[in-house]
Design a protein around this ligand. Sequence first.
Ligand SMILES: [Zn+2]
Length: 171
Amino acid sequence: MEGTLLLNATYEPIMIISWEKAITLMWLEKAETLAHYEREVRSVTRSFQLPAVMRLRRRVKYRRPTVRFNRTNIYIRDNYQCQYCTKSFHASELTYDHVVPKSRGGRTTWTNIVTCCVACNRQKGCHTPEQAHMKLMREPAKPSWLPVIGKTLLPKDPPAAWKPFLWHTRP
Ligand SMILES: [Zn+2]
Protein backbone atom coordinates (compact mmCIF):
# COMPACT_ATOMS: atom_id res chain seq x y z
CA MET A 1 0.00 0.00 0.00
CA GLU A 2 1.28 3.45 -0.88
CA GLY A 3 2.47 5.71 1.85
CA THR A 4 1.43 9.26 2.50
CA LEU A 5 3.59 12.12 1.30
CA LEU A 6 4.15 14.46 4.21
CA LEU A 7 4.85 18.13 3.49
CA ASN A 8 6.26 20.70 5.81
CA ALA A 9 4.10 23.73 6.60
CA THR A 10 6.08 25.40 3.80
CA TYR A 11 4.82 22.68 1.38
CA GLU A 12 8.26 21.18 0.98
CA PRO A 13 8.03 17.35 0.82
CA ILE A 14 9.88 15.95 3.80
CA MET A 15 9.09 12.27 4.11
CA ILE A 16 6.87 9.37 3.23
CA ILE A 17 4.89 7.99 6.16
CA SER A 18 2.61 4.98 6.58
CA TRP A 19 -1.13 5.59 6.33
CA GLU A 20 -1.51 4.56 9.99
CA LYS A 21 0.84 7.36 10.97
CA ALA A 22 -0.96 9.72 8.60
CA ILE A 23 -4.28 9.00 10.28
CA THR A 24 -2.74 9.56 13.69
CA LEU A 25 -1.50 12.98 12.54
CA MET A 26 -4.97 13.72 11.25
CA TRP A 27 -6.66 12.75 14.53
CA LEU A 28 -4.18 14.80 16.53
CA GLU A 29 -4.87 17.68 14.14
CA LYS A 30 -1.16 18.06 13.49
CA ALA A 31 -1.53 17.89 9.74
CA GLU A 32 -4.15 18.70 7.14
CA THR A 33 -4.98 16.41 4.26
CA LEU A 34 -4.40 17.94 0.83
CA ALA A 35 -5.15 14.92 -1.36
CA HIS A 36 -6.77 11.51 -0.90
CA TYR A 37 -6.42 8.11 -2.46
CA GLU A 38 -9.58 6.57 -3.90
CA ARG A 39 -9.37 3.71 -1.48
CA GLU A 40 -11.30 3.77 1.77
CA VAL A 41 -10.49 2.26 5.11
CA ARG A 42 -13.35 1.07 7.26
CA SER A 43 -13.55 0.82 10.99
CA VAL A 44 -16.64 -0.40 12.86
CA THR A 45 -18.22 3.00 13.05
CA ARG A 46 -16.97 4.91 10.06
CA SER A 47 -14.98 4.84 6.87
CA PHE A 48 -12.59 7.37 5.51
CA GLN A 49 -10.39 7.88 2.49
CA LEU A 50 -6.69 7.32 2.89
CA PRO A 51 -4.68 10.53 2.86
CA ALA A 52 -2.24 10.68 -0.06
CA VAL A 53 -0.68 14.04 0.78
CA MET A 54 -0.64 15.83 4.12
CA ARG A 55 0.81 19.11 5.26
CA LEU A 56 2.04 19.78 8.79
CA ARG A 57 0.27 22.67 10.49
CA ARG A 58 3.47 23.79 12.17
CA ARG A 59 6.76 24.05 10.38
CA VAL A 60 9.45 21.62 11.49
CA LYS A 61 13.16 22.20 11.03
CA TYR A 62 14.26 20.31 8.01
CA ARG A 63 17.46 20.27 6.07
CA ARG A 64 17.43 18.17 2.98
CA PRO A 65 19.83 15.28 3.54
CA THR A 66 22.26 14.10 0.95
CA VAL A 67 21.15 11.06 -0.97
CA ARG A 68 22.28 7.85 0.68
CA PHE A 69 24.58 5.71 -1.42
CA ASN A 70 22.91 2.33 -1.75
CA ARG A 71 21.70 -0.10 -4.36
CA THR A 72 18.11 1.13 -4.50
CA ASN A 73 19.17 4.73 -4.97
CA ILE A 74 21.55 3.76 -7.74
CA TYR A 75 18.75 1.93 -9.56
CA ILE A 76 16.48 4.92 -9.10
CA ARG A 77 19.16 7.33 -10.30
CA ASP A 78 19.59 5.20 -13.42
CA ASN A 79 15.83 4.75 -13.88
CA TYR A 80 16.12 0.94 -13.60
CA GLN A 81 17.90 0.90 -16.94
CA CYS A 82 21.03 -1.08 -17.64
CA GLN A 83 23.55 1.65 -18.38
CA TYR A 84 25.16 -0.46 -21.12
CA CYS A 85 22.34 -2.05 -23.14
CA THR A 86 19.82 0.68 -22.08
CA LYS A 87 17.02 -1.85 -21.47
CA SER A 88 14.72 -1.47 -18.47
CA PHE A 89 14.55 -4.20 -15.86
CA HIS A 90 12.89 -5.09 -12.61
CA ALA A 91 15.15 -4.54 -9.61
CA SER A 92 15.48 -8.31 -9.09
CA GLU A 93 17.06 -8.64 -12.56
CA LEU A 94 19.58 -5.89 -12.01
CA THR A 95 22.95 -5.69 -10.41
CA TYR A 96 25.49 -2.95 -10.25
CA ASP A 97 28.75 -2.59 -12.09
CA HIS A 98 32.05 -0.99 -11.17
CA VAL A 99 32.81 1.06 -14.32
CA VAL A 100 36.52 0.88 -13.54
CA PRO A 101 36.77 -2.63 -12.09
CA LYS A 102 37.69 -3.02 -8.45
CA SER A 103 40.70 -5.07 -9.52
CA ARG A 104 41.96 -1.98 -11.35
CA GLY A 105 41.48 0.32 -8.43
CA GLY A 106 37.88 1.36 -9.20
CA ARG A 107 36.06 2.60 -6.14
CA THR A 108 32.56 1.95 -4.87
CA THR A 109 31.21 5.46 -5.30
CA TRP A 110 28.40 7.28 -7.09
CA THR A 111 30.77 8.14 -9.94
CA ASN A 112 32.05 4.59 -10.50
CA ILE A 113 28.93 2.47 -9.92
CA VAL A 114 26.18 2.05 -12.50
CA THR A 115 23.04 -0.04 -12.85
CA CYS A 116 23.70 -3.07 -15.02
CA CYS A 117 21.79 -6.14 -16.18
CA VAL A 118 23.21 -9.56 -15.40
CA ALA A 119 24.08 -10.29 -19.03
CA CYS A 120 26.01 -7.05 -19.53
CA ASN A 121 27.70 -7.47 -16.19
CA ARG A 122 28.90 -10.90 -17.24
CA GLN A 123 30.01 -9.66 -20.65
CA LYS A 124 31.96 -6.78 -19.19
CA GLY A 125 33.69 -8.96 -16.63
CA CYS A 126 36.72 -7.32 -15.11
CA HIS A 127 37.33 -4.92 -17.98
CA THR A 128 36.87 -1.23 -18.42
CA PRO A 129 34.06 -0.18 -20.81
CA GLU A 130 36.65 0.63 -23.48
CA GLN A 131 38.31 -2.77 -23.21
CA ALA A 132 34.93 -4.52 -23.32
CA HIS A 133 33.73 -2.27 -26.18
CA MET A 134 30.70 -1.31 -24.15
CA LYS A 135 29.46 2.23 -24.03
CA LEU A 136 27.88 3.87 -20.99
CA MET A 137 24.54 5.65 -21.52
CA ARG A 138 25.90 8.53 -19.45
CA GLU A 139 28.63 9.33 -17.00
CA PRO A 140 27.53 8.36 -13.50
CA ALA A 141 27.24 11.25 -11.05
CA LYS A 142 26.17 11.85 -7.50
CA PRO A 143 22.45 12.70 -7.74
CA SER A 144 22.17 15.64 -5.37
CA TRP A 145 19.93 17.31 -7.92
CA LEU A 146 17.29 14.60 -7.93
CA PRO A 147 14.18 14.75 -5.76
CA VAL A 148 14.83 13.21 -2.39
CA ILE A 149 12.32 12.18 0.21
CA GLY A 150 14.02 11.41 3.47
CA LYS A 151 17.19 9.67 2.40
CA THR A 152 15.66 7.86 -0.55
CA LEU A 153 15.17 9.14 -4.05
CA LEU A 154 11.63 9.33 -5.27
CA PRO A 155 10.24 6.05 -6.61
CA LYS A 156 10.03 5.70 -10.36
CA ASP A 157 6.26 6.06 -10.46
CA PRO A 158 5.10 8.10 -7.48
CA PRO A 159 1.33 8.00 -6.86
CA ALA A 160 -0.52 10.41 -9.15
CA ALA A 161 -1.97 12.25 -6.15
CA TRP A 162 1.56 13.31 -5.11
CA LYS A 163 2.56 14.85 -8.39
CA PRO A 164 1.20 18.38 -7.94
CA PHE A 165 3.08 18.62 -4.64
CA LEU A 166 6.45 17.13 -5.46
CA TRP A 167 7.96 20.10 -7.20
CA HIS A 168 6.38 22.85 -5.20
CA THR A 169 9.44 24.43 -3.65
CA ARG A 170 11.99 23.05 -6.06
CA PRO A 171 14.02 25.12 -8.47
ZN1 LIG B 1 22.48 -4.67 -20.10
